[in-house]
Each structure stands twice: as structure tokens, then as C-alpha cells.
Ligand binder design. Sequence first.
Ligand SMILES: NC(=O)c1ccc[n+]([C@@H]2O[C@H](COP(=O)([O-])OP(=O)(O)OC[C@H]3O[C@@H](n4cnc5c(N)ncnc54)[C@H](OP(=O)(O)O)[C@@H]3O)[C@@H](O)[C@H]2O)c1
Length: 225
Amino acid sequence: MTTIGFIGSGHIGGTVARLAVAAGYDVVLSNSRGPETLKDLVDELGAKARAATPAEAAAAGDLVVVSVPLKAYDRVPVEPLGGKPVLDTNNYYPERDGRFPRLDDASATSSELLQEHLPAAKVVKVFNNIFFKHLTALARPAGAADRTALPIAGDDTAAKETVTAFLDAIGFDAVDAGPLAESWRLQPGTPVYGAPYGGGANFWDSPGVPADAATIRTALSAATR
Ligand SMILES: NC(=O)c1ccc[n+]([C@@H]2O[C@H](COP(=O)([O-])OP(=O)(O)OC[C@H]3O[C@@H](n4cnc5c(N)ncnc54)[C@H](OP(=O)(O)O)[C@@H]3O)[C@@H](O)[C@H]2O)c1
């Protein structure tokens, strides 16, 4: 059975973990404060979930979700992630993360920084552009008429196929946005960031608006740097 590891189990990591358990995956959760602080989430998720250290979660996962504030990206364990698909949910918010000159001058994307930190891993950017409440609300079975698509970006074709299959299992279609160098197209401030799923002015209170693959492709194409 496929196990999903989590480095970071907050709003978005916890949401992906709930969707993964609902789809039948085992999950191993971690955070910065220690496994004992994840007891409530583990209890909620039941027998398919356990908590561990970040290094243990990285080692246990066949796929590993990294969902920490970007400022913590260089504390993600390196060695146990070698060769694995790493699902990068992270976004750059300078007011939270401090200044990263290579992101400010657009000479790198935030996912390229994580890939540099994890040279033997296969980083795929995903889940970064959707508010966690909309992610919860918009999961649908394969074939549903109102299924939502999420953009993914990565340099490794096989890892993107693995992530596409994972998304399908938890309730979403995938749209390939290209390599990590193109992942600026789904970073904060772009047309695909949040808005397609959020109902305009009512974004934060929106129950979630399904957005199909064509909508997501159009939004990615409209991005400017
Ligand atoms: N919130 C959203 O709707 C949303 C949507 C898409 C993308 N994102 C992005 O996804 C990332 C996570 O966002 P979030 O809203 O889920 O944040 P969050 O609720 O604050 O959760 C962050 C998680 O990361 C953990 N963490 C922090 N430093 C760590 C470290 N060095 N090692 C291991 N775990 C560490 C935290 O553990 P402790 O609590 O123990 O410190 C916590 O479990 C951010 O980059 C955010 O911009 C968020």
C-alpha cells in the first residue's frame, strides 16, 4: 500500500492527509514541535495515520508532501527523500518568510529552491494555488461532471505521472504546467492562484467553485511575470 509522508501537517498538509486517508492511503504526519503534538489529528484520522519526526515521515513515505512555511524549506530532511516524488505546496510570502533575493528578482522559483535543497528528490509543485477549505470542498470522484483540476509543475515526468495518479485518487484532475522553471505561473499573484476556486469577492467564505482543466490551462496561459 502506498504511504504518504508529510513534512508539515497544518492547514494544507492536514487537508491533504484527510483526503489521502479517505482515499485509502496510509499517512505519516510530522511537524516542527514533535509527534505528540499531532495526537488530535492522528486520532481524527484513525488507524491509517501515525505521527513521527520529519526524518521518519520522509523515510516512510512513498510520496512525501512538504507543506511548511517557505522560510523552513532548508530544514526539510535531505537524505531520506532521495529518489522520491516530493509534493511541494509552498508559497513565498516575504512578510512571513523574510526576503529571498532570488525570488524577488525572479531568477528562481520557490520550487527550484526546494529542488536545489533536495538534489536527489523529484520535486513536483502542487496544491500551492488552492485555499485549504476549497481543497476540502472540491474533491470529486473520477468522472464527476464538476471535477476540479489542479496545476502541477516538475522536471521529472515519472514523478508528475505519480502525482497525477495521486490527485486522481483523492478527487482531482491535473494540468501539467511544465518544468519547475515555469512554476512561477502558479505562484502567488497569478491568475491561477486561488481565484478559479473561490468565487470572486466572496473568496474566503466561498464554498468552493469547481474549475475544470480548460479553466486552469487558460489561467496558466494568462500569467505574466
Ligand atoms: N493555508 C492554505 O490554504 C495554503 C494553501 C496552499 C498553499 N499553502 C502553503 O503551504 C505551506 C503551508 O501552509 P499552511 O497554511 O498549511 O501552514 P500552517 O497551517 O502554518 O502549517 C505549517 C506546518 O509546517 C510545520 N513546520 C514548520 N516548520 C517546520 C519544520 N522545520 N519541519 C517540519 N515541519 C515544520 C508546522 O509545524 P508546527 O505547527 O509544529 O510548527 C505545521 O505543521 C505554506 O508555504 C503556504 O503558503 C497554504
